[in-house]
Design a protein around this ligand. Structure first.
Ligand code: KE4
Length: 429
């Protein structure tokens, strides 16, 4: 595959952008490849700077659930451009997007728009700390909630030991307020809450984990978080930046029937434009300035173009049959990939939850981050490179998910399965 233009662009980018990319995972380092530079995209396909065509399962890391350049989204953006691009003042579109989010999430009565999932999670934690007067945050290993200092924290040596900075530049004094437990470890949560429950401001969790590969909540895990946060007066935050409007119209909380106190949103609600949001019941959201005293702000929050793209997207996915059709495609792909691995006698587990799909090179079910890290990461790197060579664009990391869009048709799913059969057969040899 000719990648000359991407290679030249990458060399140029490396001179002026750290790592040549504006977000680390795009550099494809963990799979030992160089990034391809995208020229344009349409539907479920992307086209790189050398004219190569790929079937896209990254979908901008989740936002493009309709596929790229959906006519309704493009038209909505075109229309709002006639009004302007940014006012730094309220406008009707912000209310409409808020209403669409609230309509789909019964646990959310009020919502504040921000510009990224990072801002949403950071602000939700600040709100939880203010509402409870407590400082300690519980998160889970392998869950990613953006790069705010408080949330970029790795697990301490023991279950209840204080968090350690997940990156240089994060003071120990901040990391110490965050405790990270193994995902799905109900006993560890029970033990910690028994010991420190009255100090815990919030428990933040990806209700379906998508940042260690796709990992489903174990039976009783989310229920336990709900029960213990209620018992000790802590705030339960569902980070649905990825799962919101993805695994179901009402996100993971509708799938599992658990109502968190706060929900974080991002990705799909912006339809490809920079939007994040956080919301919850009126009481807790009333703490947020200027109604309350918890400060959070943003020059471009509620930006007209981003609101227009988000509204157009949510109006499309609300339509009857949207998720049923996505489920059929996702299931077809999951079965096809699992069969391809079986035929090639490569140990792999494949599962999907809604239109999020996970593939691990392991013969065991992956229940947490340690399991995920124990998978054959070399096989994944080879699989990634082989699939890209065969025109299939998947996430360049074992610790990400595949995203299926409404624009993926049967022929795209079947072409993907055929490519996987070829690549997995090569892997076997
Ligand atoms: P952003 O700040 O990237 O908009 O959102 C952060 C975030 C928060 N919560 C969850 C559950 C998320 O998945 C994310 C971001 N997801 C990654 C993909 N795994 C974004 C890709 C990237 O970092 O470039």
């Amino acid at each position: 595959m000719n990648l000359t233009n991407s290679e030249n662009l990458f060399q140029r980018a490396l001179k002026v952008i750290p790592g040549g990319v504006n977000s680390p995972v795009r550099a494809c380092k963990s799979v030992g490849a160089d990034p391809i530079f995208i020229d344009h995209a349409e539907g479920c396909e992307i086209f790189d700077a050398d004219g190569n065509r790929f079937i896209d399962y990254i979908g901008s890391w989740g936002p493009m659930i309709l596929g790229h350049r959906h006519p309704a989204v493009i038209e909505s953006i075109a229309q709002v451009l006639k009004r302007g691009t940014s006012f730094g003042a309220p406008l009707d579109l912000e209310i409409r997007l808020a209403e669409l989010v609230i309509d789909a999430f019964p646990s959310v009565e009020m919502v504040r728009m921000v510009n990224s999932g990072t801002e949403a999670a950071m602000s939700a934690v600040r709100l939880a700390r203010a509402a409870t007067g407590r400082s300690v945050v519980i998160k889970f290993d392998g869950c990613y909630h953006g790069h705010a200092d408080t949330l970029l924290v790795a697990a301490g040596s023991g279950v209840a030991t204080l968090g350690i900075p997940g990156s240089p530049g994060i003071p120990e004094s901040i990391a110490h307020h965050t405790l990270s437990l193994p995902y799905n470890d109900i006993d560890a949560v029970k033990q910690l809450m028994t010991e420190k429950g009255d100090k815990i401001a919030c428990i933040i969790v990806e209700p379906v984990a998508g940042n260690m590969g796709l990992v489903a909540p174990a039976k009783g895990f989310l229920e336990t978080l709900k029960e213990l946060s209620e018992k000790y007066g802590s705030i339960l935050i569902f980070d649905e930046v990825m799962t919101g409007f993805r695994v179901a119209l009402g996100g993971a909380q509708s799938l599992y029937g658990i109502s968190p106190d706060l929900t974080c949103f991002g990705k799909i609600i912006g339809g490809g434009l920079p939007v994040g949001a956080y919301g919850g019941n009126r009481t807790i959201m009333s703490h947020i300035a200027p109604q309350g005293s918890v400060y959070q702000a943003g020059t471009l929050s509620g930006n007209p173009i981003a609101m227009a793209a988000g509204i157009a997207t949510l109006e499309q996915i609300k339509k009857d049959g949207f998720y049923e059709s996505l489920e059929e495609k996702s299931q077809r792909l999951a079965i096809g990939l699992a069969n391809a691995a079986k035929k090639a006698q490569i140990p792999a587990t494949v599962r999907h939850i809604g239109s999020m799909l996970g593939l691990f090179f392991s013969d065991r079910e992956v229940k947490n981050f340690d399991d995920a890290k124990a998978c054959d990461l070399q096989d994944f790197a080879k699989f990634y490179k082989g699939m890209r060579e065969n025109g299939i664009y998947i996430a360049p990391s074992q610790f990400e998910a595949f995203f299926i869009s409404a624009a993926h048709e049967t022929q795209h799913i079947d072409a993907t399965i055929r490519a996987a059969e070829i690549v997995l057969e090569e892997l076997r040899q």
